[in-house]
Every structure is written in C-alpha cells, then in structure tokens.
Write a protein that binds this ligand. Structure first.
Ligand SMILES: [Zn+2]
Length: 223
C-alpha cells in the first residue's frame, strides 16, 4: 500500500528568487535565508541538519537574532581589545604605570637568570631547555619528554638548576626519576642549586673552569 508515503513537499529553492512569504520558515523559507557575519563579513545560513532522513532547522526567532557566523566570531566581536584604539589606550596606560610582564622560569617563559648566566659562560654548544623524548607509551606513568635546563648533546652533559620548589619531597622524587632516566641513556647529570649557579657564574671565567668546579662540587648521577 502506498497510502502511508507522504506526498513530496515542493520547496522553493533559494536560487529562484526570494522565498515566497506564503511558505513557512520550517517548510522551506529557511533555505533562502542568508546573512553576513557582523564580525568577519562572511555569508552564513541558518543552522540545519539531516537527522534520520528529516531536516532539522534552527528556529526562525533565533535566526532573526543571530548576528555572527560562529561563536568565536561573536566572542571576538565582543572583546574590546579587537579595536585598534582600545588596544592603543590600554598599551599607553600600562606604559604609564611602568608595567612589564614578569619574567619567570618554566615552560614558554624567559630563562631564569642563573640559567642565562651559566649559558653565557658555557657557549654555543650548550642548549637551554633541551628536550629528551621519553618514547614511552601513554598511561605508562612517564612524561612524554624531559627538559634539561642546560645540555650539551654532544658530550651528554646535563646541568639541572634547582630553585626553591625543588625542595618539596614529591619534586625531589621526580628529579631523582628524571636523573635516573637520563643516566640510563648515557647522560651525566650535574644538579646544582640556583644560588650555587649564580655564584659559579661570577667566579668562573671559562667553560672548563665552570665544568671542573661543577664536577668537583657535586654528587652527580648518583641517585
Ligand atoms: Zn564570522
């Protein structure tokens, strides 16, 4: 029996002129609807999706209110820093207050002073924040990589400079694990305090003197 199959609904296409006002939004007027994004200027159309063979479309009421093509355009548009004049004002007032971004150690930040000072003595064969991938499977409890404060990949010498936070017991355990990992892979790890690094950077005038002082001074790869 063919009775149950619904008659095909003929919907005016958006391409043959403005939708007839007689056609309701759901029945097809949405197909010819189009707007320009208030932020990026791109044309966008009502949200729609085919679900179980049926077309789902956003409500007309919401479409009438929509001004932006995407949530990110809406967010960017409402951010006052998007305006050049606002940016200039903010920048001028920060400068007037002598604002400067704080320099701290760690990921993506400027190198700590002690690290910079030693690097200046050691020379170009040394690399700060040298990444050693652990190549261990996810969930194995190992980080994806270790970063060495100062490393000479050729000689496999590593200098680790510890600040205050390295005193915490958990941090000390992590440090020992890192040292063991690097030692197993042929690295000699020299670990010194931040304070010691700064004083060595003042007293040592050449890379050799610095390295000898470090080696004499330290319990190194001993774990
Ligand atoms: Zn947009």
């Amino acid at each position: 029996m063919e009775q149950s199959s619904p008659a095909p609904v003929v919907i005016p296409s958006s391409r043959n002129g403005a939708g007839s006002p007689l056609v309701s939004w759901k029945a097809g007027r949405w197909r010819s609807a189009s707007k320009m994004c208030m932020h990026c200027g791109h044309a966008f159309r009502p949200w729609s999706k085919v679900l179980n063979g049926q077309v789902r479309v956003m409500q007309e009421r919401l479409w009438n209110r929509q001004q932006f093509c995407s949530r990110s355009c809406s967010k960017r548009h409402s951010n006052p820093m998007i305006s050049e004049s606002v940016r200039r004002k903010v920048s001028a007032s920060l400068k007037a207050r002598h604002h400067r971004p704080s320099i701290q150690g760690g990921n993506g930040r400027a190198l700590p002073r002690s690290q910079q000072a030693l690097l200046a003595i050691l020379g170009p064969s040394w690399i700060p924040e040298f990444v050693v991938p652990t190549r261990t499977p996810k969930g194995s409890g190992w980080p994806t990589h270790y970063k060495i404060d100062l490393a000479n990949p050729e000689t496999r010498l590593a200098i680790e400079i510890d600040g205050h936070c390295h005193n915490a017991i958990i941090r000390q355990q992590q440090d020992r694990r890192k040292t063991a990992f690097l030692a197993e892979r042929g690295w000699c790890v020299l670990r010194i305090t931040n304070k010691r690094a700064l004083s060595l950077s003042i007293t040592c005038t050449s890379p050799d003197i610095l390295l000898i002082s470090l080696m004499e001074f330290l319990s190194t790869t001993a774990i």
